[in-house]
Design a protein around this ligand. Structure first.
Ligand SMILES: C[S@@+](CC[C@H](N)C(=O)[O-])C[C@H]1O[C@@H](n2cnc3c(N)ncnc32)[C@H](O)[C@@H]1O
Length: 273
C-alpha cells in the first residue's frame, strides 16, 4: 500500500506542536509511580516525554514500520515496551502489573475513536484516567449535557463510566499532515455510576440505545418501536415523574435510570428488541 494511503487509513496525523505534547503528558499528573499506556505513539512525539516521566510505558502501535522504528529508538530504555498491535485487540487487564491502575494517553486514530472509547470503558476497572485527543465534534458529544442537541448515546455512555473534562482544542496546523478537523483533548477519570444509579450496564445501555434510536421521535414512541407495551411505558413515565412527551436527550442520567428501573421492575426490559 502506498505510504500516503496507509497514513490516511490509519489516521496518521502526527502532532508537531511541542507545547501540546507537553500539555497532554502533564494532564495525567505525576507518572513517576505509574504504568502508562499510550495508544498510537506514531513517530513518538508524546512517547518521548512519557518515557522520561513514567515508571513504565507500554506504547501500542498498529503500523509495523512505526513500531519497528520506535522499538529501535527506545531499545536502551528497558521501562518502555513497544507493542505492535491493534489497540482494540489488547486486553488492558493483562497490562496491569501491580495494584496501581493504568494511565492511558493518546492522540487517537480518529477512524476508530468510538470503538476505542468503548474498549477503554470495558476496562474501566483497571484504568485510572485517560487523556486523549479526539476530533472536536466527538469531544462535544462526549461532554454534552442533557437538553442539548449533541447529547446522545455516546454522551450518556461516557458519563456513566467517567467524569469528563475538556482540556484544550488544537487547530489542524498543530499536526502533520493537517487533518480536516479541529482536535480536542479530553480527560476521562473513570468513575462508573452503575451502583449509585442502581442499574446494570447491559440492560441500561440497551434501554438508552432504544430511547435514542430515532432522535426526532419522543422517547415513549421509541420505546414502543423497541417492543415495550404502551401501558408499561405510561406507568413507568408516571412513576418516574417523566413527561410523556419527553425526548431521550432531555433526560438526565438520573431520570433515565429511574425510568429504566421502573420498566425493569415491571419485568418488561426483556421485551426491548
Ligand atoms: C493521530 S496519530 C498519533 C501519532 C502520535 N501519537 C502523535 O501524536 O504524533 C494515530 C496513531 O495511531 C496509530 N494507529 C492507527 N490505528 C491503530 C490501532 N487500531 N491500534 C493502535 N494504533 C493505531 C497510527 O498508526 C498512528 O501512529
Amino acid at each position: 500500500m502506498p505510504q500516503n494511503t496507509r497514513r490516511s487509513k490509519l489516521g496518521q496525523n502526527f502532532l508537531v506542536n511541542l507545547q501540546a505534547c507537553e500539555a497532554i503528558a502533564a494532564a495525567s499528573g505525576d507518572l513517576s509511580q505509574r504504568a502508562v499506556v499510550e495508544i498510537g505513539p506514531g513517530r513518538g512525539a508524546i512517547t518521548e516525554i512519557l518515557a522520561a516521566r513514567a515508571q513504565q510505558l507500554i506504547a501500542i502501535e498498529l503500523d509495523t514500520l512505526l513500531a519497528a522504528q520506535l522499538r529501535q529508538r527506545f531499545a536502551a530504555q528497558t521501562h518502555v515496551k513497544i507493542m505492535e498491535a491493534d489497540v482494540l485487540d489488547v486486553d488492558f487487564g493483562e497490562l496491569q502489573t501491580d495494584k496501581a491502575k493504568l494511565e492511558v494517553i493518546g492522540n487517537l486514530p480518529y477512524y476508530i475513536t468510538s470503538d476505542i472509547l468503548l474498549h477503554l470503558f470495558r476496562y474501566s476497572a483497571v484504568i485510572h484516567r485517560a487523556v486523549i485527543m479526539v476530533q472536536r465534534e466527538v469531544a462535544e458529544r462526549v461532554l454534552a449535557t442533557p437538553g442539548t442537541s449533541e447529547y446522545g448515546v455516546l454522551s450518556a455512555t461516557a458519563q456513566m463510566f467517567a467524569q469528563v473534562e475538556k482540556l484544550m482544542t488544537l487547530p489542524p496546523d498543530a499536526f502533520s499532515p493537517p487533518p480536516e478537523v479541529h482536535s480536542t483533548v479530553i480527560r476521562l477519570t473513570m468513575a462508573p455510576r452503575f451502583e449509585e444509579l442502581k442499574v446494570d450496564a447491559e440492560g441500561f445501555f440497551a434501554f438508552l440505545r432504544a430511547g435514542f434510536a430515532q432522535k426526532r421521535k419522543m422517547l415513549a414512541k421509541n420505546l414502543r418501536i423497541a417492543g415495550l407495551e404502551a401501558q408499561t411505558i405510561a406507568t413507568a413515565f408516571e412513576k418516574g415523574c417523566v413527561s410523556s412527551t419527553a425526548r431521550a436527550e432531555e433526560l438526565t442520567l438520573e431520570q433515565s435510570a429511574a425510568l429504566y428501573r421502573e420498566i425493569k421492575g415491571q419485568n418488561s426490559i426483556a421485551l426491548i428488541r
